[in-house]
Each structure stands twice: as C-alpha cells, then as structure tokens.
Design a protein around this ligand. Sequence first.
Ligand code: HEM
Length: 267
Amino acid sequence: MKLPTLPKPPLPKRFQDAPARPGHPDKLKPLETLKEGGITAADWVDERTALSGGLRWLMFRKVPKGTNWFYTLGSATMFAFVSQALTGVFLAMYYTPSPTQAYESARHITNDVFLGEFVRGMHKWGSSVMVILIFLHMARTFFFGAYKYPRELNWVIGVALLILTFVMSLTGYLLPFDQRSFWATIVANNITASGPFVGPYLGDFLNGGADFNATTLSRFYAIHMMLVPGIIGALLGAHLYLVARLGTTAPPWQKVKPADELIEEDA
Ligand code: HEM
C-alpha cells in the first residue's frame, strides 16, 4: 500500500516566479530572481563595497615587454614578510617577554611544543631570507633604473622598509635571551649610543634607560611584534599602491620605438 505523502511546503516567496514588473513583460524565473539578488557571498559583499573594481585594478595590469623573473623579487620579499608575521603569531602564543622567563619559554617552544622547533626555525631562517631577498629586490630596482622619475617616492618608501627590516632583525635577536643575544644587544645599543647628535637619545630609548636593564627586553618585544610590523604593513600598502598606479619599469635593454614606428601589436 502506498503511504500518503505530506504536501510539499510552498517555496519561500523570493524563490517563486517573480511577477512581471512595469516595463519588463516577462516574469522573472526563480534562478534569475536569485541572480538578481546576488546569491553568492562574493556578490553580496561586492554589491555593497564595489571591492572587485579595486582588486581588478590591482591584479590585472599591463606589464612592459621583457618583464622577467627578477621582477618577482619584490613579491618574494613580501611572501617572506607574511611568513614571518604568521610564524611570529604562533611563537607569541608561547613566548614570555620577561628577563626571568624568556629563555625558558624559548626552550619550551623548541623542546616541548608541537611543531615548536619547526616554527621557531622557520622564523629564524626566514629573517635571514627576508634580508637577502630585500637586498636582491633593491639591486633589481637599482640596476633597472626603477628609482628614477616618477618612482622616486617608491624608492624612498623602499629605503624606509629596508631600515625597518633591520630594526626587526635587531629587536628579534634579543628575544631568545641567551648569552649571545644578551651581549650582542649590549654591543649594538652601545654602538647606537655612540652615533652623532641623536645617537645618545636613541641608545637611551632602546635600553629604556642609561644602560641595559630589566625593561629593555619588553621594550624590544613591543617594538618587534607591534610597532614595526604595523608600520611595515602600512608602508607596504603604499609601496604596492604606487607600483599599481605607476606600473613597473621596462628592463633597460628594452628598445623604445618612436611613436610613428609603432604597430598595433607593439602598442
Ligand atoms: C619589505 C620590503 C619590500 C617589499 C615587500 C617590496 C615589495 C615590492 C613589490 C611586490 C614590488 C613590485 C614587483 C617588483 O618590482 O618586484 C616592488 C617594486 C618596487 N620596489 Fe619594493 N619592496 C620592498 C623593499 C624595497 C626596497 C628596500 C627598495 C629600494 C630601496 C624598493 C624599491 C622598489 C621600487 C623602486 C619598485 C618599483 C619597481 C619598478 O617600477 O620596476 N622596495 N616592491
């Protein structure tokens, strides 16, 4: 015997055929109604923010003829920075920036925490990789003449990024708080303090007093994990904005044709 089936519940109103609208004699089919409503999350966000226009502007750009692998060095540096930020977040979950506990917490990360040695190793080697890549990227932009008009400001932002990367290396070096990092920081702070004019002030600022003391470590930690990464992130945004706005430079060996010799393909 066939069991009686319950009647199906009606489709929600917005899934039913929409009535014809003035000027649109055809009824809208359910799917079209859904499309009009922007069914995907991306559509929903885009309808309200128009972000996809900005993304298209940033990602789909024309690049000069002769663009080659050397042009990937900037993105590689950026990747190294993102990797440092991510591994740094996980290290910060276990690290304690106190003179009495810092060494022990770093030892704990390496010896006890799941994948701790791996993440700490990635952060340590990643810092060297970032410094090497930033120099290679700077050399590429220098030898390709990318510092010239109209990209001077991007070069200046790049110099600030270079200095901030060094500040990250200096402040990060103290954090394991072993003998080597302790004495290396004392030497670095003394060298800084011996600089002309601003040197003594800068030395006092780094030490958090006249000499290395109990607050120096937490000061380095705050600079290392909050102040400098934030500034690097903001400057990176400006750096990429200018790259997208001005385009990248063609390699110096790329011949420039006079306008009347250009054919459609060259343009
Ligand atoms: C955190 C460090 C840095 C990151 C993540 C970074 C990232 C980038 C990226 C992704 C590009 C576009 C692609 C490319 O040309 O490689 C670029 C372009 C550029 N960068 Fe950097 N950069 C950094 C540091 C520097 C430094 C230290 C300088 C120089 C002092 C510099 C100067 C430039 C210039 C002039 C351009 C334009 C290149 C062109 O028009 O061909 N950047 N950067």
